[in-house]
Design a protein around this ligand. Sequence first.
Ligand SMILES: O=C(O)C(=O)C[C@]1(C(=O)O)C=C[C@@H](O)C=C1
Length: 662
Amino acid sequence: MNKPQPLNHTREQITALDKDLLALLAKRRELSLDVARSKEVDIRPIRDTQREKELLARLVKQGREQGLDAHYVISLYQSIIEDSVLNQQAYLQGRANPDTQKQQYCVAYLGARGSYSYLAANRYCDRRQVDMQDLGCKSFDEIVQAVESGHADYGFLPIENTSSGSINEVYDVLQHTSLAIVGETTIEVGHCLLAKSSGNVSKIKTVYAHPQPISQCSRYLSLHPEFKLEYCSSSAEAMEKVIESDDPTVAAIGSAEGGALYQLEAIAQDLANQKINQSRFIVVARKAIAVPEQLPAKSTLIMATGQKPGALVEALLVLKAHNLNMSKLESRPIPGTPWEEMFYLDLDANLSSESMQSALKELERITRFIKVLGCYPCETVSPTQLSNSQLMIEPDTSRAEHAGDSTEQSPIATNKQVRYCKKYNQDATQITSGQLQVGDKQFGAIALISLPQDNALYSQKAKSIKEAGFQAVVLEGLSRQQDATANVLEFKKALHQFDLECILSIEHEAELKLATEHGNILLVTGKQMNNLALLKRIGSLHIPVILERNTMASVEEFLGAAESILEQGNQQVILCESGVRTFNDSVMPSLDLAALVDIKAISHLPILVNPSYASTAETLSSHAKAAKQLNADGLVLNFSSVADTFTDELTTNGDILRSLYQ
Ligand SMILES: O=C(O)C(=O)C[C@]1(C(=O)O)C=C[C@@H](O)C=C1
């Protein structure tokens, strides 16, 4: 082997390259502002998802030629495009409201420097290239007063979080203020355990935190019953408490970025229950703004409808008649008027649009009170995705979609009351969880693996499964391990690092608790298909579930088991055919592809095929191809947890997936 060049030299090269990359990104930003300038003249919408799709497909192809994998390229460009869209929006919004253009904004927010509100305000000002003069406040009322009295230009109020939901006190403050909502901003809330350097989680006894992070990290905290929780008025206060203390056993929950301002070290990361933990803030000011029509706009209203039966429905029908989409509806009690509610509505529309203006006039007639809290640019940029086939192979040779629709009905499907049948629901059900999409012409690829004992390999395994083309991983054998919860959490972290969904398999009823707490999707194994009590419990949960056919079950019994889940309320059911017992072989099951065809004809539910149990090394690929040809909605392929076999299976299963898209 040639002697590698000295580390310092390589690092210098990387440093120089990173500088060039940043210069190129800054140049791209400038160009996107030129695009905004021409869109201002032509009055064209900022977002052009067709252009984004073409751009991503081309980049995936060019990236692949240079050895970069598709998911890496896509996630990189999704961030670049989000930045481009938000910068263009900020630019056009500034142009339409010249009186808001200043060198410096004074911003009132909750807590002190380092709090999540501070980080959100900072991000908002950075985007507008304005200096921020920060005014930390002790309460939401104090923020509103600071803006109303003119001490601050803007106030930042956290309105909702993806884990803990709406923040009621903020809705209550909005009922009484004369301020207008002029913007929104969403930040990633990456909760960490912050301690003075050299801290170690096992030494921590007291944790300071605001109630919101405590509720958003409840799962992590439940794994540490030894922590004594001390509630604080903001994350910044929690961090200050740690800094002021001489006790090495104290820590705070906060962001790594905020912690850095206090010289605190993140000794544990990703504490939030949800993979995506984001907080949305609204920005309030004394004067409402105009939103240019090129920007996606949101309007927020509050209204009281009175206690007449059907009054709210009547109001919502007005929105329907004007084709106005409501992205949020909240209700809060009206102080002094018991049992009457104030409704808060977010509508995806510009206040100046004709439909919004005429809907408002109609609503004024049928409500007791109505007020527009503001109209502002919507800052949620949903990432453009490529289809699975575009990800697997070059875009211009993408496979044709299969129609997969048969009108022929089996006798069991003729009953309109049966929820799984096409008569009950004519549209094919599509189930989406993260990157995994199955049903309604979306083909999913799922790997099944026994929870490995050696957690040092988790990240490596997740990476290679992702690179082989899978979007999700089933972990089985949960109760075969002593440290199952800790290992599941570790593996899940590795999976999420590579955007893979974590499916937990239930082989025994006792595994349900662990599976529902930590899985993105559940898999009910064939062995449990006839466990009615289990199916009913799963039916009452709001989580996608894959139901595997028992090797002895008829199609009718299989669909009957699915019905037991659906009738409890959970409509996110995916079927899975893994083989049945036949006369072909006394040990190995046979793949029942005829059942696949029958079920596709009868049911709107997506169906996966797992050929691994019913195939030999020689027949696996043909069985997988046959399943795809017969319109299965996805494949499950098994992996062994033995290192050598895993590598071979990776090649075989990766080849199978690639061959399906050719
Ligand atoms: O090409 C455009 O129209 C742009 O606004 C630029 C850009 C980009 O950054 O590449 C950003 C937003 C659009 O949705 C598409 C592409």
